[in-house]
Write a protein that binds this ligand. Structure first.
Ligand code: ADP
Length: 376
Protein backbone atom coordinates (compact mmCIF):
# COMPACT_ATOMS: atom_id res chain seq x y z
CA UNK A 1 0.00 0.00 0.00
CA UNK A 2 1.11 3.56 -0.74
CA UNK A 3 2.98 4.68 2.45
CA UNK A 4 1.12 8.01 2.48
CA UNK A 5 -2.22 6.26 2.31
CA UNK A 6 -1.11 3.85 4.99
CA UNK A 7 -0.19 6.77 7.26
CA UNK A 8 -3.52 8.43 6.55
CA UNK A 9 -5.49 5.29 7.40
CA UNK A 10 -3.48 4.95 10.59
CA UNK A 11 -4.13 8.55 11.58
CA UNK A 12 -7.86 8.17 10.89
CA UNK A 13 -7.91 5.46 13.50
CA UNK A 14 -6.28 7.75 15.99
CA UNK A 15 -8.31 9.92 18.27
CA UNK A 16 -6.14 12.89 17.38
CA UNK A 17 -7.48 13.17 13.87
CA UNK A 18 -11.06 13.08 15.11
CA UNK A 19 -10.24 15.91 17.51
CA UNK A 20 -8.46 17.87 14.79
CA UNK A 21 -11.47 17.53 12.49
CA UNK A 22 -13.87 18.57 15.24
CA UNK A 23 -11.71 21.57 16.08
CA UNK A 24 -11.47 22.66 12.46
CA UNK A 25 -15.26 22.70 12.15
CA UNK A 26 -17.21 25.93 11.75
CA UNK A 27 -19.90 24.54 14.03
CA UNK A 28 -19.80 24.19 17.77
CA UNK A 29 -19.39 20.53 18.78
CA UNK A 30 -19.89 18.85 22.14
CA UNK A 31 -19.62 15.15 22.92
CA UNK A 32 -21.30 13.49 25.84
CA UNK A 33 -19.62 10.16 26.44
CA UNK A 34 -20.98 6.75 27.32
CA UNK A 35 -20.75 7.68 31.03
CA UNK A 36 -23.00 10.65 30.39
CA UNK A 37 -20.27 13.19 31.00
CA UNK A 38 -19.35 16.04 28.71
CA UNK A 39 -16.06 14.77 27.39
CA UNK A 40 -15.31 17.16 24.55
CA UNK A 41 -16.09 20.76 23.63
CA UNK A 42 -14.54 22.00 20.36
CA UNK A 43 -12.77 25.30 19.72
CA UNK A 44 -15.76 27.11 18.25
CA UNK A 45 -18.09 26.19 21.08
CA UNK A 46 -15.39 27.13 23.58
CA UNK A 47 -15.05 30.53 21.95
CA UNK A 48 -18.78 31.12 22.36
CA UNK A 49 -18.64 30.02 25.97
CA UNK A 50 -15.64 32.22 26.71
CA UNK A 51 -17.44 35.09 25.12
CA UNK A 52 -20.07 34.79 27.81
CA UNK A 53 -17.53 34.62 30.66
CA UNK A 54 -17.55 30.89 31.22
CA UNK A 55 -14.23 29.14 31.38
CA UNK A 56 -14.73 26.44 28.81
CA UNK A 57 -12.16 24.06 30.28
CA UNK A 58 -14.23 24.01 33.45
CA UNK A 59 -16.98 22.35 31.48
CA UNK A 60 -15.09 19.12 31.39
CA UNK A 61 -14.78 18.98 35.16
CA UNK A 62 -18.07 20.55 36.19
CA UNK A 63 -20.60 18.39 38.01
CA UNK A 64 -23.57 17.52 35.79
CA UNK A 65 -26.04 19.75 37.62
CA UNK A 66 -23.72 22.70 37.07
CA UNK A 67 -23.45 21.89 33.38
CA UNK A 68 -27.23 22.00 33.03
CA UNK A 69 -27.33 25.28 34.90
CA UNK A 70 -24.66 26.83 32.71
CA UNK A 71 -26.42 25.69 29.57
CA UNK A 72 -29.65 27.03 30.94
CA UNK A 73 -28.01 30.42 31.52
CA UNK A 74 -26.54 30.40 28.07
CA UNK A 75 -29.68 29.62 26.18
CA UNK A 76 -33.25 30.69 26.46
CA UNK A 77 -34.47 27.40 25.09
CA UNK A 78 -36.06 25.06 27.60
CA UNK A 79 -36.26 22.43 24.85
CA UNK A 80 -32.51 22.40 24.52
CA UNK A 81 -32.01 22.24 28.24
CA UNK A 82 -34.37 19.28 28.55
CA UNK A 83 -32.71 17.49 25.65
CA UNK A 84 -29.22 17.96 27.08
CA UNK A 85 -30.43 16.96 30.52
CA UNK A 86 -31.94 13.78 29.10
CA UNK A 87 -28.75 13.10 27.23
CA UNK A 88 -26.48 13.58 30.21
CA UNK A 89 -28.77 11.48 32.36
CA UNK A 90 -28.50 8.75 29.78
CA UNK A 91 -32.12 8.74 28.65
CA UNK A 92 -31.51 7.57 25.13
CA UNK A 93 -35.02 8.00 23.82
CA UNK A 94 -33.79 11.07 22.00
CA UNK A 95 -33.26 10.70 18.27
CA UNK A 96 -31.45 13.10 15.94
CA UNK A 97 -33.38 16.34 15.80
CA UNK A 98 -33.06 20.01 15.04
CA UNK A 99 -33.93 22.67 17.57
CA UNK A 100 -33.93 26.42 17.13
CA UNK A 101 -32.54 28.16 20.14
CA UNK A 102 -31.43 31.61 21.06
CA UNK A 103 -27.97 31.78 22.54
CA UNK A 104 -27.92 34.31 25.32
CA UNK A 105 -24.84 36.48 25.16
CA UNK A 106 -24.02 40.12 24.80
CA UNK A 107 -26.25 39.81 21.79
CA UNK A 108 -28.58 36.96 20.89
CA UNK A 109 -27.24 34.22 18.74
CA UNK A 110 -29.55 31.98 16.76
CA UNK A 111 -28.27 28.48 16.78
CA UNK A 112 -29.58 25.35 15.18
CA UNK A 113 -28.85 22.42 17.44
CA UNK A 114 -28.52 18.95 16.05
CA UNK A 115 -28.00 15.93 18.23
CA UNK A 116 -27.51 12.28 17.39
CA UNK A 117 -26.33 9.15 19.15
CA UNK A 118 -22.77 8.06 18.24
CA UNK A 119 -22.68 4.42 17.29
CA UNK A 120 -19.53 2.50 16.26
CA UNK A 121 -19.40 0.15 13.28
CA UNK A 122 -19.89 -2.86 15.56
CA UNK A 123 -23.06 -1.26 16.97
CA UNK A 124 -21.51 -0.12 20.28
CA UNK A 125 -23.13 3.02 21.60
CA UNK A 126 -20.30 5.37 22.61
CA UNK A 127 -22.11 8.58 23.43
CA UNK A 128 -23.95 11.46 21.89
CA UNK A 129 -22.78 14.30 19.69
CA UNK A 130 -24.20 17.82 19.82
CA UNK A 131 -23.64 20.13 16.88
CA UNK A 132 -24.37 23.85 17.27
CA UNK A 133 -24.81 25.59 13.92
CA UNK A 134 -24.64 29.39 14.13
CA UNK A 135 -27.51 30.75 12.03
CA UNK A 136 -27.36 34.29 13.41
CA UNK A 137 -26.51 35.99 10.11
CA UNK A 138 -29.17 34.14 8.08
CA UNK A 139 -31.80 34.62 10.80
CA UNK A 140 -31.11 38.36 10.98
CA UNK A 141 -31.39 38.73 7.19
CA UNK A 142 -34.61 36.70 7.16
CA UNK A 143 -36.08 38.79 9.99
CA UNK A 144 -35.06 42.04 8.33
CA UNK A 145 -36.80 40.92 5.12
CA UNK A 146 -39.95 39.96 7.00
CA UNK A 147 -39.95 43.25 8.89
CA UNK A 148 -39.40 45.23 5.71
CA UNK A 149 -42.27 43.48 3.96
CA UNK A 150 -44.51 44.07 6.95
CA UNK A 151 -43.69 47.77 7.31
CA UNK A 152 -43.77 48.47 3.57
CA UNK A 153 -47.09 46.75 3.03
CA UNK A 154 -48.79 48.36 6.05
CA UNK A 155 -47.56 51.82 5.05
CA UNK A 156 -48.64 51.41 1.44
CA UNK A 157 -52.08 50.11 2.15
CA UNK A 158 -53.84 53.26 3.40
CA UNK A 159 -52.68 55.72 0.72
CA UNK A 160 -53.35 53.09 -1.94
CA UNK A 161 -56.91 52.54 -0.88
CA UNK A 162 -57.43 56.33 -1.02
CA UNK A 163 -56.11 56.35 -4.62
CA UNK A 164 -58.24 53.41 -5.81
CA UNK A 165 -61.29 54.73 -3.91
CA UNK A 166 -61.15 58.23 -5.43
CA UNK A 167 -60.29 56.99 -8.92
CA UNK A 168 -63.24 54.63 -8.87
CA UNK A 169 -65.53 57.50 -7.75
CA UNK A 170 -64.29 59.62 -10.67
CA UNK A 171 -64.92 56.71 -13.08
CA UNK A 172 -68.43 56.29 -11.65
CA UNK A 173 -69.12 59.96 -12.44
CA UNK A 174 -69.38 61.09 -8.79
CA UNK A 175 -67.38 64.23 -9.67
CA UNK A 176 -69.24 64.86 -12.92
CA UNK A 177 -69.39 62.99 -16.21
CA UNK A 178 -66.04 62.16 -17.80
CA UNK A 179 -65.48 60.74 -21.26
CA UNK A 180 -63.01 60.13 -24.08
CA UNK A 181 -59.28 60.15 -23.40
CA UNK A 182 -59.70 61.48 -19.89
CA UNK A 183 -61.87 58.47 -18.98
CA UNK A 184 -59.41 56.07 -20.60
CA UNK A 185 -56.47 57.55 -18.72
CA UNK A 186 -58.28 57.48 -15.40
CA UNK A 187 -59.34 53.88 -15.99
CA UNK A 188 -55.74 52.92 -16.77
CA UNK A 189 -54.58 54.68 -13.59
CA UNK A 190 -57.26 52.82 -11.62
CA UNK A 191 -56.20 49.45 -13.05
CA UNK A 192 -52.57 50.13 -12.14
CA UNK A 193 -53.47 51.17 -8.61
CA UNK A 194 -55.74 48.16 -8.24
CA UNK A 195 -52.95 45.84 -9.34
CA UNK A 196 -50.60 47.50 -6.86
CA UNK A 197 -53.21 47.00 -4.12
CA UNK A 198 -53.26 43.27 -4.98
CA UNK A 199 -49.48 43.06 -4.66
CA UNK A 200 -49.63 44.86 -1.31
CA UNK A 201 -52.31 42.41 -0.12
CA UNK A 202 -50.02 39.51 -1.16
CA UNK A 203 -47.12 41.03 0.77
CA UNK A 204 -49.34 41.51 3.80
CA UNK A 205 -50.43 37.87 3.69
CA UNK A 206 -46.79 36.78 3.67
CA UNK A 207 -45.90 39.11 6.48
CA UNK A 208 -48.77 37.78 8.62
CA UNK A 209 -47.69 34.24 7.86
CA UNK A 210 -44.04 34.89 8.71
CA UNK A 211 -44.88 36.82 11.84
CA UNK A 212 -46.89 33.79 12.91
CA UNK A 213 -50.28 35.52 12.98
CA UNK A 214 -52.05 33.11 10.62
CA UNK A 215 -54.02 30.79 12.87
CA UNK A 216 -55.75 27.58 11.76
CA UNK A 217 -59.45 27.52 12.69
CA UNK A 218 -61.24 24.34 11.62
CA UNK A 219 -65.00 23.91 11.57
CA UNK A 220 -67.34 21.22 10.19
CA UNK A 221 -68.60 22.46 6.85
CA UNK A 222 -70.64 21.21 3.94
CA UNK A 223 -68.06 20.55 1.23
CA UNK A 224 -70.33 21.25 -1.76
CA UNK A 225 -71.27 24.63 -0.33
CA UNK A 226 -67.65 25.43 0.51
CA UNK A 227 -66.54 24.68 -3.06
CA UNK A 228 -69.42 26.75 -4.50
CA UNK A 229 -68.21 29.74 -2.50
CA UNK A 230 -64.53 29.19 -3.32
CA UNK A 231 -65.00 28.75 -7.06
CA UNK A 232 -67.59 31.51 -7.74
CA UNK A 233 -65.07 34.29 -8.56
CA UNK A 234 -62.95 31.91 -10.68
CA UNK A 235 -65.93 30.69 -12.72
CA UNK A 236 -66.44 34.36 -13.59
CA UNK A 237 -62.73 34.94 -14.27
CA UNK A 238 -62.56 31.90 -16.58
CA UNK A 239 -65.71 33.03 -18.45
CA UNK A 240 -64.30 36.49 -18.98
CA UNK A 241 -61.10 35.00 -20.44
CA UNK A 242 -62.89 32.34 -22.48
CA UNK A 243 -61.26 29.47 -20.56
CA UNK A 244 -63.54 26.43 -20.15
CA UNK A 245 -63.86 25.82 -16.41
CA UNK A 246 -65.02 22.31 -15.49
CA UNK A 247 -65.74 20.83 -12.08
CA UNK A 248 -65.93 17.26 -10.81
CA UNK A 249 -66.80 16.53 -7.18
CA UNK A 250 -67.09 13.25 -5.30
CA UNK A 251 -67.87 13.74 -1.62
CA UNK A 252 -69.12 10.62 0.26
CA UNK A 253 -69.55 12.53 3.42
CA UNK A 254 -70.60 16.10 2.81
CA UNK A 255 -69.52 17.33 6.23
CA UNK A 256 -65.77 17.87 6.61
CA UNK A 257 -63.75 19.66 9.27
CA UNK A 258 -61.72 22.40 7.57
CA UNK A 259 -60.51 25.98 7.69
CA UNK A 260 -62.51 27.49 4.84
CA UNK A 261 -60.53 30.72 4.75
CA UNK A 262 -57.17 28.98 4.35
CA UNK A 263 -58.58 26.40 1.92
CA UNK A 264 -60.01 29.17 -0.22
CA UNK A 265 -56.59 30.90 -0.36
CA UNK A 266 -54.95 27.60 -1.37
CA UNK A 267 -57.45 26.54 -4.03
CA UNK A 268 -58.01 30.15 -5.17
CA UNK A 269 -54.32 30.81 -5.79
CA UNK A 270 -53.83 27.64 -7.80
CA UNK A 271 -57.03 28.17 -9.79
CA UNK A 272 -56.05 31.74 -10.49
CA UNK A 273 -52.72 30.54 -11.92
CA UNK A 274 -54.39 27.74 -13.90
CA UNK A 275 -56.73 30.24 -15.60
CA UNK A 276 -54.00 32.86 -16.04
CA UNK A 277 -51.53 30.46 -17.66
CA UNK A 278 -54.09 28.69 -19.90
CA UNK A 279 -55.04 30.20 -23.28
CA UNK A 280 -58.67 31.00 -24.06
CA UNK A 281 -60.58 28.11 -25.60
CA UNK A 282 -58.68 25.55 -23.46
CA UNK A 283 -59.84 23.71 -20.34
CA UNK A 284 -59.19 24.01 -16.62
CA UNK A 285 -60.49 21.23 -14.36
CA UNK A 286 -61.12 21.33 -10.64
CA UNK A 287 -61.58 17.86 -9.18
CA UNK A 288 -62.19 17.30 -5.48
CA UNK A 289 -63.03 14.26 -3.41
CA UNK A 290 -63.24 13.30 0.25
CA UNK A 291 -64.69 10.53 2.37
CA UNK A 292 -64.44 6.76 2.52
CA UNK A 293 -61.73 5.23 0.38
CA UNK A 294 -59.85 8.50 0.18
CA UNK A 295 -56.27 8.84 1.21
CA UNK A 296 -55.45 9.42 4.89
CA UNK A 297 -52.73 11.34 6.66
CA UNK A 298 -51.96 10.20 10.23
CA UNK A 299 -55.20 8.22 10.19
CA UNK A 300 -57.28 11.29 9.44
CA UNK A 301 -59.63 11.41 6.44
CA UNK A 302 -58.42 13.71 3.70
CA UNK A 303 -59.76 16.17 1.22
CA UNK A 304 -58.07 15.68 -2.15
CA UNK A 305 -58.10 18.49 -4.69
CA UNK A 306 -56.64 18.34 -8.21
CA UNK A 307 -56.43 21.41 -10.41
CA UNK A 308 -55.54 20.52 -13.97
CA UNK A 309 -54.90 23.05 -16.69
CA UNK A 310 -53.92 22.83 -20.34
CA UNK A 311 -51.70 25.88 -20.36
CA UNK A 312 -48.08 26.88 -20.90
CA UNK A 313 -46.58 24.56 -18.26
CA UNK A 314 -43.49 24.99 -16.11
CA UNK A 315 -40.00 24.48 -17.64
CA UNK A 316 -38.55 21.24 -16.27
CA UNK A 317 -35.27 22.75 -15.08
CA UNK A 318 -37.15 25.34 -13.01
CA UNK A 319 -39.75 23.07 -11.47
CA UNK A 320 -37.79 22.64 -8.24
CA UNK A 321 -37.97 26.39 -7.57
CA UNK A 322 -41.63 27.28 -7.95
CA UNK A 323 -42.46 27.25 -4.23
CA UNK A 324 -39.67 29.79 -3.55
CA UNK A 325 -40.62 33.31 -2.50
CA UNK A 326 -40.79 35.69 -5.55
CA UNK A 327 -39.79 32.96 -8.04
CA UNK A 328 -41.33 33.19 -11.54
CA UNK A 329 -40.35 30.86 -14.40
CA UNK A 330 -38.69 32.22 -17.56
CA UNK A 331 -41.63 31.37 -19.85
CA UNK A 332 -44.15 33.45 -17.87
CA UNK A 333 -41.77 36.39 -17.61
CA UNK A 334 -41.02 36.31 -21.33
CA UNK A 335 -44.69 36.37 -22.21
CA UNK A 336 -45.36 39.26 -19.85
CA UNK A 337 -47.90 37.54 -17.61
CA UNK A 338 -48.66 39.67 -14.54
CA UNK A 339 -47.60 38.14 -11.24
CA UNK A 340 -45.47 38.46 -8.13
CA UNK A 341 -44.17 34.94 -7.51
CA UNK A 342 -45.69 35.00 -4.05
CA UNK A 343 -48.81 32.89 -4.61
CA UNK A 344 -47.29 29.40 -4.57
CA UNK A 345 -44.88 30.23 -1.74
CA UNK A 346 -47.94 31.27 0.28
CA UNK A 347 -49.93 28.19 -0.79
CA UNK A 348 -47.11 25.83 0.29
CA UNK A 349 -46.88 27.50 3.72
CA UNK A 350 -50.63 27.21 4.21
CA UNK A 351 -50.72 23.55 3.14
CA UNK A 352 -47.88 22.87 5.62
CA UNK A 353 -49.75 24.73 8.36
CA UNK A 354 -52.75 22.44 7.72
CA UNK A 355 -50.56 19.33 7.88
CA UNK A 356 -51.25 18.59 4.20
CA UNK A 357 -49.20 17.88 1.09
CA UNK A 358 -48.92 19.55 -2.28
CA UNK A 359 -47.33 18.22 -5.46
CA UNK A 360 -47.49 18.93 -9.17
CA UNK A 361 -46.70 17.56 -12.60
CA UNK A 362 -46.14 19.81 -15.55
CA UNK A 363 -45.12 19.62 -19.20
CA UNK A 364 -44.02 22.64 -21.21
CA UNK A 365 -46.96 23.82 -23.36
CA UNK A 366 -48.92 20.72 -22.30
CA UNK A 367 -50.36 21.84 -18.98
CA UNK A 368 -49.97 21.49 -15.26
CA UNK A 369 -51.67 19.38 -12.56
CA UNK A 370 -51.51 20.50 -8.95
CA UNK A 371 -52.61 17.96 -6.31
CA UNK A 372 -53.35 18.88 -2.73
CA UNK A 373 -54.16 16.50 0.09
CA UNK A 374 -55.41 18.04 3.34
CA UNK A 375 -56.27 16.02 6.45
CA UNK A 376 -59.50 16.68 8.36
P1 ADP B 1 -47.24 34.31 -10.03
O1 ADP B 1 -47.76 35.50 -9.34
O2 ADP B 1 -46.07 34.62 -10.91
O3 ADP B 1 -48.28 33.51 -10.74
P2 ADP B 1 -46.96 32.06 -8.18
O4 ADP B 1 -46.20 32.03 -6.92
O5 ADP B 1 -48.43 31.86 -8.12
O6 ADP B 1 -46.59 33.44 -8.86
O7 ADP B 1 -46.32 30.98 -9.13
C1 ADP B 1 -44.92 30.92 -9.26
C2 ADP B 1 -44.53 30.54 -10.68
O8 ADP B 1 -44.89 29.17 -10.93
C3 ADP B 1 -45.25 31.34 -11.76
O9 ADP B 1 -44.62 32.57 -11.99
C4 ADP B 1 -45.14 30.39 -12.94
O10 ADP B 1 -43.84 30.47 -13.51
C5 ADP B 1 -45.27 29.02 -12.30
N1 ADP B 1 -46.66 28.51 -12.34
C6 ADP B 1 -47.51 28.38 -11.32
N2 ADP B 1 -48.66 27.83 -11.70
C7 ADP B 1 -48.55 27.60 -13.03
C8 ADP B 1 -49.41 27.03 -14.01
N3 ADP B 1 -50.64 26.59 -13.70
N4 ADP B 1 -48.94 26.93 -15.28
C9 ADP B 1 -47.71 27.36 -15.60
N5 ADP B 1 -46.84 27.92 -14.72
C10 ADP B 1 -47.26 28.03 -13.44
Amino acid sequence: MDPLRKAFLKSIQSKNLAFAVANASNDGIMIIDGNHKISFVNKVLKSWLLWSDINADDWLTLPDEEVYRQLCDLTVSTNLLKAVTDSVQGKENLIAETLDIEWRNEIYKYINVYTAPMVMEDGDHVGRIWIFDDRTKETRIERAKTEFISIASHQLRTPLSAITGYLSMIIDGDAGEIEGELKEFIEAAYEGADRLAEIVEDLLKISRLEMGSTAVEKEKKNLSEVFDRITAPYVKLANEKGVLFKEDYDFDDLEFKLDENLLSHIVGNILDNAIKYTPSGSEVWLKARAGRGCRKINDKACLIVDIVDSGIGIPKEQQNRIFEKFFRADNVRKEDFQGTGIGLYYVKKLVDALGGRISFKSGLNKGTRFSIVIPE
